[in-house]
Design a protein around this ligand. Structure first.
Ligand code: ADP
Length: 474
């Protein structure tokens, strides 16, 4: 069992107390990490603040070269990082290694994009004046990340922040901190100077508050629950930090009358059951046109029935455990509520008798109505509730009837209908005949209570930049 330390100012440091990290597939404690409090949180900001002037003064090409060193080391060790991730988070090894590749694509993409932080000159209103507009790093960035994508949620923030010339303090989830520490180890090996990346684990509320009240932290980038996101935004108000929030979702998945049903099922399998349904862009509510429901459900049941559930380190496993007992209880509660209101359980929803961990088999519900909990609250588990609809207008209205607005999916072969639905959806991301839309070069983020700002693409780096206007009198 490894005892990991925190990474502050280029040093690996301990704290007075420690936290156990357990494998959700076996419930074994696999490592311990330090439990930082205010003192260590502040030390991390001291380090990031001290490192800022030199890092910001480097040329974009110099920062890019260091980011690419990091990228290559991560790429060389993707299997090992994947293994660490599977043992702390549960997702199947193949998916974990896939996540490392996805996470790394943010580093390489922003290593390039950092070279394109262009300014502008604007025609002045007087002949003896000139208007210059430049961009500069916002300063020290706090990044607080969740457990469902332990590598990608870190690099999606740290990649653009570093490329922009910012330094960072990172707090991964205490449930999955090891991947983040491994990435920090590789950043050190890559030659990224001390203090530029600092990673700590511990008392989340104490760390969050320390960072949010420190005026040297100029930006918070958070991915996690809507409640914590709202708290951080309130805490950030007093020092007027820039805020990026990627919060909960409740994605509708719409299958129209003329959809290619095989493609729609394939899309739903990726969107719903990847990471055992624990992603914020997971399909949560499936709306199928009433004329194709029977055929769609048959095909879906056949595909779901083939999914292999088990320890993510075992060959061929496609669905690992959920992260903890509360996650399993939430799925069970939603199943019970739906069944009590008339839904039919077509398959799944059972524990695995052969395993100790937090397993639940992938479930499909039909005869679902909009008043069931699973149609209102984020599931974060492998449960697909299927309901039917009659008209395009109706399905857009029902899909939008949610405080969330992160991702939505539409499967249709009719271009007019597909565009009408896509444009009518109040969601930041629409997967149109695509169940897996997330890539480094595209903007990821939500509307309404799903958050603020966008990560990815050229939009993502703007979140770490301030615009400066220089008015020059000749
Ligand atoms: P989830 O339900 O996905 O675990 P959370 O919002 O609880 O979502 O967790 C996301 C991240 O926010 C984690 O790193 C967690 O430790 C952190 N977190 C939880 N509570 C707070 C808080 N009060 N202040 C700052 N960060 C917090």
């Amino acid at each position: 069992m490894k005892a990991w330390n925190m990474y502050i100012d280029g040093q690996w440091v301990d704290a007075e107390e420690r936290i156990d990290v357990a494998n959700p597939a076996t419930l074994e404690v696999i490592a311990t990490v330090p439990k930082a409090k205010e003192k260590e949180a502040q030390a991390a900001v001291d380090a990031a603040s001290a490192a800022l002037p030199d890092w910001a003064a480097k040329t974009a090409a110099e920062r890019s070269a260091l980011l690419m060193n990091w990228f290559h080391l991560i790429d060389e060790q993707k299997e090992e990082i994947g293994r660490i991730m599977t043992t702390e988070q549960g997702k199947p090894l193949k998916e974990a290694i896939g996540e490392v590749g996805y996470a790394n694509s943010f580093i390489s993409w922003y290593a390039e994009e950092g070279k394109r932080i262009y300014g502008e000159t604007v025609p002045a209103s007087a002949p003896n004046k000139r208007i210059f507009v430049t961009k500069q790093p916002v300063g020290v960035v706090a990044a607080i990340t969740p457990w469902n994508f332990p590598a990608a949620m870190m690099t999606r923030k740290v990649g653009p922040a570093l490329a922009a010339g910012c330094t960072v303090v990172v707090k991964p989830s205490e449930l999955t901190p090891l991947t983040a520490y491994k990435l920090a180890e590789l950043a050190e090996e890559a030659g990224i100077p001390k203090g530029v990346i600092n990673v700590i684990t511990g008392d989340a509320a104490a760390i969050g508050e320390t960072w949010m009240t420190d005026s040297r932290v100029r930006k918070i980038s958070f991915t996690g629950s809507t409640n914590v996101g709202k708290l951080l935004m309130r805490q950030a108000a007093d020092t007027m930090k820039k805020v990026s929030l990627e919060l909960g979702g409740h994605a509708p998945f719409i299958v129209t009358e003329n959809a290619d049903l095989d493609k729609a099922v394939e899309g739903l399998m990726g969107s719903k059951y990847r990471n055992a349904g624990q992603t914020c862009v997971c399909a949560n509510r499936v709306y199928v046109h009433e004329s194709v429901e029977a055929e769609f459900v048959e095909k879906l049941k056949a595909s779901v029935g083939q999914l292999s559930v088990g320890n993510g380190l075992d060959e061929g496993v496609e669905i690992g455990p959920l992260i903890n007992e509360a996650a399993v209880d939430k799925v069970k509660k939603q199943l019970k509520d739906a069944i009590s209101k008339g839904a039919l359980l077509e398959t799944g929803g059972e524990a695995l008798s052969s395993e100790k961990g937090y397993f639940i088999t992938p479930a499909v519900l039909t005869n679902v109505s909009d008043d069931m909990e699973c149609m209102i609250e984020e599931t974060f588990g492998p449960l697909a509730p299927v309901t039917t609809y009659k008209t395009t207008e109706e399905v857009i209205k029902r899909a939008n009837n949610s405080p969330y607005g992160l991702a939505a999916y539409v499967f249709s072969q009719n271009i007019s209908e597909a565009i009408t639905i896509s444009e009518g959806l109040e969601y930041g991301i629409v997967g149109l005949n695509d169940g897996l839309p997330s890539v480094a070069q595209a903007p990821f983020g939500g509307m309404k209570e799903s958050g603020l700002g966008r990560e990815g693409g050229h939009w993502g780096i703007e979140e770490y930049l301030e615009v400066k206007y220089i008015s020059l009198g000749l």
